[in-house]
Design a binder for this molecule. Sequence first.
Ligand code: UN1
Length: 509
Amino acid sequence: MEFLKTLGIEAHQAGCATGSAWNDTTGESIEVTSPADGAKIGTVRQAAESEYETVLKTAREAFLHWRSLPAPHRGEIIRQIGLRVRDYKEPLGSLIAYEMGKPLEEALGEVQEMIDICDFAAGLSRMLSGSTLYSERPRHRFYEQYHPLGIVGIITAFNFPVAVWAWNAVIAAVCGDVTVWKPSSKAPLSAIAAQKILGPVLKENDLPEGIFSLLVGRGSVIGEAMLQDPRISLISFTGSVPAGRHAAEVVARRLGKTLLELGGNNAIIVTEHANLELAVPAIVFGAVGTSGQRCTTTRRLIIHDAIYDRIKEALQKAYQTVRIGSPLDPRNHMGPLVDREAAAAFTRALDACRQQGGRVLFGGTGLTGKGYESGCYVSPAIMEVLNDTPIVQEETFAPILYLIRYAGELSEAIALHNGVRQGLSSAIFTDNVQEAEVFLSQEGSDCGIANVNIGTSGAEIGGAFGGEKETGGGREAGSDAWKTYMRRQTVTINYGTELPLAQGIRFDI
Ligand code: UN1
């Protein structure tokens, strides 16, 4: 395929790099197949412990140089990376679509997020500011500053195989950190392509290669080594709640820092004052976009009784028009799930839902026949349920939309909305200003993201991204999320001729 050639992806690709230097690997090879057509794309030779050690040493040396550069110089390197990503937007988007199955349009959007965060980081490199305070002591200067942390380990999931890394890596980089990236073994080629795009920029600027490293490897080998390694100051982990809980426990044992972006169980409240012309397409995109495999996917709809049947019918009609097929065909709205295991998990969740009293309103079957031979395509499901149904309380990473009814006050809808363990993204559709404001107030949504008349997915990079409760509490991408990637230092300077102590303590000697 042409895009593989343009991106420099080889048939037997090494899975370990520092900058533009591709290292020999001794781990076992994995075969990468496309969920689009089941064809083999290539093999990746995974990294093992010895390569891990080499990468960490190179990263540490690179850090000592990188941290000493002025932050705006680091920002200039990220600006150049952003320009390079622009040159490869089409082929990288195609590889993402083909490797993990999201439609090309969404894959291009993902690459755009990568470009946008580079632009953001380039500007941010001139705005890494601390605050100056008044000291209680005369002739004392008192301020806060931020310094680079060191090595940041980034562990990412298959669903955003390059963007989530970019949110972390380029922000960490302008902060003066170096990064070691372990991508999902379900989408290693997209990560390798990203590394091939940025690596040469380091070389062209005579910078140490170890500023950005990549390690494709098993979670039990490379992931575990990263979690346990005290040389890694911060682990940024994106993935499921159970895997994130494990990561948090292991890193906490060594008192390291974590940034967790775990599961969501995102809901939209549709009140009787909703504009359905906005609500329906937003719900459909939120539920079937990326085949329901975004952590921001709309999983639950909490609908006022007065409009419940209208919404239900409108959704059934809209779902019939969702074109499912190859992610590389721009006419399709929805591609396959990432692999057959994901399709099996979709079916298992729906079986459980039916057993627990849920009723199928649309879809919910695996697709077979021409174009669907890979076994990864499904027809997205709409289910009628109660919020406390056990399976509704879980995040199933698949296109299953649960319809839940509320009869009375908005407070009832909000209680249902918040009645799950996860807290990533949320939305309300209403043209009533009081309802919107209550939803956004401290009595409203308990999530890290709250939207009005917009769906739950598709957040912009300029804001801090992340969620509460079991979602893990981390924030990445824009706003002041950069602070997580730096160590904070409170400084007091005495420029007087006396030595007054704080709190007025006297100590005459
Ligand atoms: C994710 O699913 O892990 O808000 C990230 C969104 C995207 C990012 C999702 N900007 O849907």
